[in-house]
Design a protein around this ligand. Structure first.
Ligand SMILES: [Zn+2]
Length: 249
């Protein structure tokens, strides 16, 4: 089985923000332990008194608000924590570690709900990956794991409807159940997804590719076509991101 840990970035309602992002990492079940261990080791190396309780949440790491433990570290060090966190998945087998991400320009998709669009796209692309494995003689099922606090209400209702009404591209037979919602503090997999969503956010919303460049080649792809990263934009907006270069409109 493959577990797809997902988290979101960007607000649906905040019109000052252009994008809505849903992104994360799919890992083979036996690799989930190593994903967790990579981030545990990173947290342990930071000198926190209770590294197991130190949540790696990109916004909190960079903001280092008053009273936050992150204030003990310089901004440069905190940025390195995010980079090192993303790099921690590098040691997993590439076929057993695939990134997925959907970036939606909210205005370009308006008036459609960007959350619904992003969720359908992610599910469809994860299912496509599992179908490809099946045709390679490796039948695997998939399970989506979401952060409890991420767009909770909307995603939860979408998730519960998902198995019964399917999505616009048909059903996703390889997904075993409705997505599970978990507390991000309890699983490093969701924390890794948060880092991926944040890396996409910095690239697309802020034009800062520092974090994205660490993981840019890890999105699901086959034969040079990037399936795992999707950028929905106004067709008149030029874009040279890997998704648009691979699959131009
Ligand atoms: Zn693009």
């Amino acid at each position: 089985m493959y577990l797809l840990y997902l988290d979101d970035a960007g607000s649906v309602k905040n019109s000052a923000e252009k994008h809505l992002i849903l992104a994360g990492i799919a890992v083979f079940e036996r690799q989930a332990y190593w994903l967790q261990k990579g981030l545990d080791d990173l947290a342990t190396g930071l000198g926190h008194p209770e590294p197991g309780a130190l949540e790696l949440h990109a916004n909190a790491i960079l903001a280092a608000r008053k009273g936050s433990w992150w204030r003990k570290l310089t901004l440069e060090k905190r940025r390195a924590v995010i980079t090192d966190g993303l790099k921690s998945a590098q040691s997993l087998f590439p076929i057993q570690r695939r990134l997925f991400g959907v970036v939606v320009d909210k205005n370009a998709r308006s008036p459609e709900d960007p959350v619904e669009y992003a969720f359908e796209q992610i599910c469809s692309r994860f299912d496509l990956f599992l179908r490809r494995l099946y045709h390679q003689g490796n039948p695997q099922r998939g399970l989506i794991v979401l952060d409890k606090s991420s767009l909770e209400t909307r995603l939860q209702s979408l998730a519960s409807e998902f198995r019964t009404i399917g999505h616009r591209w048909g059903t996703t037979p390889n997904l075993v159940d409705v997505p599970f919602f978990v507390d991000s503090r309890a699983t490093r997999g969701i924390q890794y997804a948060d880092l991926v969503a944040y890396a996409l956010w910095r690239k697309y919303e802020r034009g800062d590719g520092e974090f994205f460049d660490v993981i840019g080649n890890w999105f699901d792809s086959e034969g040079g076509v990037v399936h795992g990263l999707h950028h929905y934009r106004n067709q008149n907006d030029p874009c040279d991101c890997p998704a648009c270069v691979s699959r131009p409109y």
